[in-house]
Design a protein around this ligand. Structure first.
Ligand code: GLU
Length: 436
């Protein structure tokens, strides 16, 4: 026993208590989109009209939502819905409930959704919504009131053929159900296709609850093959919410070894492989992966410095910055979160020869199954889990190959390749519509 522990590079470290909050300090996020477009222009060409159109959202709605609180007071919550581009189809994108939501963030995320749907060739545009709130501070009744009020506030902007919201950070099927119910009350008819990520009982799709992770696992598998990593490769996951915990389970089943997991309160490490199911139960009981008995004793705030083959950032934006990029040892980084690596950190990692599977590909499994949900809602005919997974696997593996081919053609990194392919598809649609 001690023998293998000695060979384990994080031994002997001891108990975790320190908590480092996610980096939420303000960065001009939208600048990243412009930088990406400049890179696309430099490598593959992009005409000025298309550049100008892709440098601004088509529409952003800001709303102030009054909610009667349980103590009898009234509180006003700020919310947004940004519709970036719908040249390829209805706007599509989640709604997040988070205290750090800003206009700039929602606008940037709506652009990311536009490039994401195009990168994996879904006939959709991109949008995003958000409410400035910490949902953990609300009672169930207050959360429902806020969700319904937000749906009322944006109802004129959404619809199955216009803009289709979905879950994002801290929103879930229950919230989608309240929003759909509110929308249907306003329009006076069933419209399950107005929102995706719904519970199965009211038109949700099989596999949607874990599709972001499942899609990420398919592309991770493709990327691992390209750099000669085999099953049994070690994995660290930053963030153990819906995406991170499902990813851990799926990868473990595929034969990968999950050796480190962190959340905002601590880290669990075991170089022989963590018992993921046990860790999920521990998190359910205690609210964190911290102090998991099946892990080794560990000092530190997150799992970036762990000596694993693969690192999966699965929390919020900007968690990997120029301050911590240097300590990353993993060869392969798969961005399950949206925008977890800042552009400066991206440069550092690429220079060190890391392969980064970008968010707009790595986490597109969520929106891909959302699209399948829209199709099923439109038909009123539902597929089995097996059918959904087969379509997801085909779609994700094919998208990886298409983006890989662009990477080879332009001799560039996967992120730039994904943006080149996505931009070409969006520009083609805008041209065919006569916008440019
Ligand atoms: N929120 C997810 C994302 O960022 C899913 C969006 C959707 O299904 O529309 O991709």
């Amino acid at each position: 026993m001690i023998g293998w522990l000695r060979t384990c590079n994080y031994w002997p470290k001891c108990a975790t208590e320190k908590v480092k909050p996610l980096n939420t300090k303000h960065v001009d996020q939208f600048k990243r989109i412009i930088q990406r477009l400049e890179k696309v222009k430099e490598l593959a060409g992009l005409d000025d009209k298309a550049f100008a159109l892709l440098s601004e959202p088509q529409k952003v709605l800001e709303v102030n939502i009054p909610v009667k609180m349980d103590d009898g007071t009234m509180k006003i919550f700020k919310g947004y819905r940004a519709q970036f581009n719908d040249a390829r189809g209805p706007f599509k994108g989640g709604i997040r409930f988070h205290p750090a939501v800003t206009y700039d963030e929602v606008k940037t995320l709506s652009a990311w959704m536009t490039f994401k749907t195009a990168a994996v060739n879904l006939p959709l545009g991109g949008s995003k919504g958000g409410v400035v709130v910490d949902p953990k501070e609300l009672s169930d009744r207050e959360l429902e009131a806020l969700s319904r009020r937000y749906a009322q506030a944006i109802h004129k902007l959404i619809g199955p053929e216009v803009d289709v919201p979905a879950p994002d950070v801290a929103t879930d099927p229950r919230i989608m159900a309240w929003m759909m119910d509110e929308y249907e009350k306003i329009v006076g008819r069933h419209q399950p296709g107005v929102i995706t990520g719904k519970p199965l009982s009211i038109g949700g799709s099989a596999a949607r609850s874990y599709s972001t992770a499942q899609g990420g696992a398919f592309v991770l598998d493709e990327a691992a093959k390209k750099i000669g990593l085999h099953k049994g490769a070690t994995v660290a996951i930053e963030g153990f919410g819906n995406a991170g915990s499902h990813m851990a389970l799926i990868l473990q089943k595929m034969g990968y070894k999950i050796t480190a997991v962190s959340d905002s309160r601590g880290t669990a490490v075991n170089c022989m492989g963590l018992d993921v199911q046990g860790l999920i139960e521990h998190k359910e009981q205690t609210g964190s992966v911290r102090n998991y008995v099946g892990g080794e004793k560990f000092v530190g705030s997150h799992c970036f410095e762990q000596d694993t083959d693969i690192l999966i950032p699965a929390a919020l934006e900007n968690s990997i910055t120029q301050e911590n990029a240097e300590i990353i040892k993993a060869k392969l980084i798969v961005e399950l979160a949206n925008g977890p690596i800042t552009p400066e950190a991206d440069e550092i990692l690429l220079q060190k020869g890391k392969m980064i599977v970008p968010d707009i590909l790595a986490n597109a499994g969520g929106v891909m199954v959302s699209y399948f949900e829209q199709v099923q809602n439109a038909y009123g005919y539902y597929w089995t889990e097996h059918e959904v997974l087969a379509k997801l696997e085909g779609g994700m593996r094919k998208s990886f190959e298409e983006i890989w081919a662009v990477k080879e053609k332009y001799q560039t990194d996967l992120r730039t390749a994904a943006y080149i392919l996505a931009t070409e598809r969006i520009v083609q649609a805008m041209r065919d519509r006569g916008w440019i």
